[in-house]
Design a protein around this ligand. Structure first.
Ligand SMILES: [Zn+2]
Length: 118
């Protein structure tokens, strides 16, 4: 059984929008990164300011990694939609419960496999 075709279009629309949001977020994180702010190279910067910008940099690094991972997942999901594989569990190939996909449209595993995974 395949995922109902009439439901695929809204999912693709949703995924595209999600991809757009994530790309925008990625751009914002770059701007928020204190290391992107060249004024910090000014010699008068205090140690406190330097420590704060290091912390800010570490934070935006983590957040951009998370954003990047989410982006990858969204794109993989879009690929699966295009290949007619959407909604199939990556492990057991059974259909993932539509309620589960409703909560997380990028879900890759069915409830059972998600439970036994790891
Ligand atoms: Zn499964």
């Amino acid at each position: 059984m395949d995922y109902p075709k009439n439901l695929l279009k809204p999912i693709l629309v949703y995924l595209k929008r999600l991809e757009g949001d994530l790309l925008r977020r990625k751009g914002e994180l770059k701007k928020e990164d204190p290391y992107a702010d060249t004024s910090r190279f000014n010699d008068n910067a205090s140690d406190d300011a330097e420590a704060a910008s290091q912390f800010g940099h570490a934070q935006s690094e983590v957040l951009s990694k998370e954003t990047e991972a989410a982006l990858t997942r969204v794109r993989q999901t879009m690929n699966r939609v295009e290949q007619g594989e959407y909604g199939k569990c990556l492990k057991c190939k059974k259909m993932i419960d539509t309620d589960r996909l409703g909560i997380d449209p990028t879900a890759e595993y069915c409830v059972n496999c998600a439970k036994s995974k790891g």
